[in-house]
Design a protein. Sequence first.
Lengths: 203, 203
Amino acid sequence: MDVPPLVASFTIALPDWVRDELAGVPEEIPSVEDRMALAHRLADRNWREGTGGPFAALVCERGTGRIVSVGVNAVLGSGVSSAHAEVVALGLAQTRLRGWDLGGEGLPEHEIVVNARPCVQCYGAVLWSGVRSLVIGVDGPEVEEITTFDEGPLVPDWAAQFEIRGISVTQGLLHDEGVAVLRAYRDAVDAGDVTVYNARSGA
Amino acid sequence: MDVPPLVASFTIALPDWVRDELAGVPEEIPSVEDRMALAHRLADRNWREGTGGPFAALVCERGTGRIVSVGVNAVLGSGVSSAHAEVVALGLAQTRLRGWDLGGEGLPEHEIVVNARPCVQCYGAVLWSGVRSLVIGVDGPEVEEITTFDEGPLVPDWAAQFEIRGISVTQGLLHDEGVAVLRAYRDAVDAGDVTVYNARSGA
């Protein structure tokens, strides 16, 4: 095979504006509500900046709230369809901590906080990441209804399946604030102001 | 926040040996069986090289078999838990074609060929990638039984859910050859010769 045309690596990067948005945010966020508020803020800015969908996540130490990484949906910016907020945040956290298992020996428990329930891809990404806790703002069916995104089929007992694997699930945190972010996005979509990145959505 | 400690990007790269393995492989592989045979070969070499689990995928143009990318499980090499073969192959293909939708306008139909049924994460990754065809070697429950990996919960009608979204599914291609690769891997695991990378597997 003529090897050179094959691409041998790809990189997923946070948009530049994230650095500005994090200015003034403390290194540790003890309150889970405050962690979620940051996720909502990042999700809101992400679609307004045109860098992806209205989704954000952060990985922190569960006990202290020390922020290990943040992620936003970076599909548009990276050109890679798997670059959802959870995949970005988890990949950045694992890169920072130099290992594929955030639940590995000697590490504190890690938590991922997401503004909306993970799609089926990110459901799996969370499962295999080593985090011990998942905190969700807006539930999946509501996300689909508001945004018209297809989140993919999850098993009905998806939350229990996390718990079986040692990952606790908290749902509905700052729910109304999360819904407001998604509704603002949807209004912009209806007005023709944003690019929708979800391939085959509902087709 | 003290921003510098936060990592702003991560990169997923193919192991160096892939280039050697592809030497002599034609640019186009017209037969789907031959595409699968390449996937099995890459999967087998991947665990033997110590660069990841026994999983590989390739993205090609469905009609001609022109290879757009190959991927192997790169969890160990990249330190990123989402770097399963499908995520790697799809990310590389999208990077090469400069877009997050492999089913976008003006593109030929794309196919992903994987040696084993995608786990729940990669199930979603395939859904959102824009490929129009998924070809599988070994089925999921058999993969779990042989390798002891947890592949995560899929809905019972997972294949129909692909079809609903315009993605055709072919199962059991070169099945026995695929099982042989997985069994060889399992034997090595039982002998204590390899690192298992799947966090919380069955725990």
